[in-house]
Design a protein around this ligand. Structure first.
Ligand SMILES: Cc1cc2nc3c(=O)[nH]c(=O)nc-3n(C[C@H](O)[C@H](O)[C@H](O)COP(=O)(O)OP(=O)(O)OC[C@H]3O[C@@H](n4cnc5c(N)ncnc54)[C@H](O)[C@@H]3O)c2cc1C
Length: 527
């Protein structure tokens, strides 16, 4: 019995070690490796689980089977805490009875595994969807079953022949950060006054002295003038704000004023163009490091005395300076395209949808809210809700999202679910009259027959329907005209202009032209 107990103790220790390695993994390869070793420790055969969870219930069922096995075989306080949280979440009514049926689960592709894409993938798993996440920075080995010949939407991948290209999808979500690559979304740029951000990481040795140093939230100049003025007087460093977080590293983010960077010889020459101003050749990296270190030292009350730079992927001190003057947001959050009877829901989340503006201090919070909003839309889509109703609801919620701040969002965070009403305080007033009508979002429902063009590549459709026939020239022209009409409908949407076809009066009296110019160059035409 003693031997048995000793063995059990050893196994428990091994699991705890494997679990810790899994939690600490910070690359996709490592996550995969440590997860496999975790399964090994628990004596779980992933292939067996695959076989048990075979179609039609699909991958959603396999994920749950695997989770239940892991949960049943572990007893470690840290993992137990995690399972408890997960189980509480999964018991929510919005996920009830969604994944046990025999119908084919919704097939969702998420492009980008940043924090928001990953957050959405968790919701998709809870909703019982078959979810695939693609990430350009690294590649998981292929362990998902292929569906050769399955009808539906495919994605064109680079490199060609990637396993994901063989899968068919019902929905695709762009979670690929500010450089959104999903076609068909108009993006608007907001350029404010020049804002220069500096980020820096220092090694955290976790000494008692380091532990005592308090973190610093995003306090702007106006709220702590004494500190910023003293900093300027003592060091010549002039900041608009500075944030300090402590984790594996001591992490600082600050917004520096141009003149102080010039005076401290961080920037060599002054240029009007931000790109030229912050170009590598125009920055003295050693002085930048010294600037960041001095700011970090002073902003922590001179208490962090061992400020050793952490190293970035290139083995250099982890210090960066960049321009975040320009912010992007998308005009709409989603659209639905239908070709050859196959419908595809396209959505954006995270920075692809709406980039955070630092001085507002919203950070990634709106990104996570958008992930939940999109999960709600995907749920409605899977349930077969009418497309225009779904689009009108999603776009109305998106309008709320862009105005959301800490003050007008619900405060019972633990009650937040994917249902927007649990989060947005103003949703009821929107429902009472402000909600977009189905007519207003009609342009987002695309039943044309043309390919969906990537705005960058121009000539290449990145999304194709399996089994499409080559088009004749005449047909291609007709399709381009339809695309132009849909684009124009979308652009003039905020101006309450109705254009049903190219004969609508708004074309003839110049309103469409004025609206388009105002939309892109509002300095030329004021409306
Ligand atoms: C310097 C800096 C500091 C910040 N600090 C904070 C902070 O302290 N707190 C806070 O809340 N927010 C902070 N933010 C904002 C926050 O980082 C972003 O809001 C957040 O990362 C957005 O998450 P995301 O998942 O939408 O996009 P991202 O994090 O940008 O992730 C997108 C992912 O998609 C991948 N990808 C891109 N294109 C493709 C493609 N074609 N195919 C496949 N994959 C693709 C990328 O490799 C990436 O992994 C900071 C931002 C910056 C720039």
């Amino acid at each position: 019995r003693e031997m048995n107990d000793a063995n059990l103790g050893k196994e428990k220790k091994n699991f705890e070690k494997a679990f810790e390695s899994f939690v600490r993994s910070n690359s996709s390869r490592q996550i995969k490796k440590t997860f496999d070793s975790l399964l090994d420790q628990l004596g779980i055969d992933g292939r067996q689980v695959h076989a048990e969870g075979a179609e039609p219930a699909g991958r959603g069922r396999r994920t749950r089977l695997l989770y239940k096995l892991i949960e049943a075989r572990t007893d470690y306080w840290k993992s137990n805490e995690l399972w408890k949280k997960y189980d509480e979440r999964a018991a929510g009514p919005e996920y009830a009875n969604r994944s046990q049926g025999s119908a084919r689960p919704l097939r969702v592709l998420i492009v980008g595994s940043g924090p928001v894409g990953l957050r959405l993938s968790v919701e998709c798993a809870l909703l019982g969807f078959q979810c695939t996440v693609v990430e350009k920075r690294d590649r998981f080995s292929r362990n998902n079953p292929e569906h050769p010949g399955a009808a539906g939407w495919r994605i064109k991948c680079i490199p060609e022949g990637h396993p994901v290209a063989a899968q068919a999808f019902d929905a695709v979500v762009g979670a690929d950060g500010r450089r959104n690559s999903l076609p068909g979304f108009l993006r608007r740029e907001f350029r404010g006054r020049l804002a220069i951000g500096i980020t820096v990481n220092f090694v955290n040795y976790n000494t008692p002295d380091e532990q005592k140093v308090a973190e610093r939230g995003g306090v702007a100049f106006i709220f702590d003038q004494k500190f910023f003025l003293e900093l300027r007087r003592e060091t010549g460093i002039d900041l608009e704000n500075i944030v300090y977080y402590k984790d594996d590293t001591h992490y600082f983010v600050m917004t520096a004023k141009r003149h102080s960077l010039l005076e401290k010889h961080v920037i060599k020459e002054d240029y009007a163009d931000a790109g030229q101003l912050l170009s590598k050749d125009n920055v003295n990296f050693d002085n930048l490091c010294a600037y960041a270190k001095e700011a970090a030292y002073h902003s922590t009350g001179k208490k962090l005395t061992t400020l050793h730079f952490a190293k970035n992927h290139y083995g250099q001190p982890d210090v960066a300076m960049f321009d975040f003057t320009s912010l992007f947001h998308s005009e709409n959050a989603s659209r639905i395209v239908v070709r050859q009877g196959h419908s595809l829901l396209m959505s954006l989340v995270g920075d692809s949808l709406l980039e955070p503006f630092w001085p507002l201090g919203t950070g990634i919070a709106r990104g996570f809210l958008a992930a939940l909003d999109t999960a709600w839309q995907l749920r409605g889509y899977a349930d077969g809700r009418p497309p225009l109703e779904l689009l009108a609801e999603r776009e109305s919620v998106y309008q709320l999202l862009s105005q959301t701040t800490h003050d007008n969002i619900g405060k019972s965070y633990h009650e937040f679910t994917i249902e927007p009403g649990t989060r947005y305080c103003n949703l009821n007033s929107v429902k009472r009259g402000g909600q977009l009508s189905e007519e207003q979002v009609r342009a987002l429902y695309d039943e044309g027959s043309g390919p969906i063009y990537s705005p960058k590549a121009g000539e290449h459709s990145i999304l194709v329907v399996n089994g499409g026939k080559p088009q004749q020239k005449r047909e291609r022209i007709r399709n381009s005209a339809t695309t132009l009409l849909h684009w124009a409908q979308m652009v003039v949407q905020p101006f309450s202009l109705r254009i049903e076809d190219f004969c609508s009066p708004a074309w003839k009296d110049g309103s469409v032209f004025l609206a388009i110019v105002n939309r892109y160059k509002d300095e030329y035409v004021k409306i």
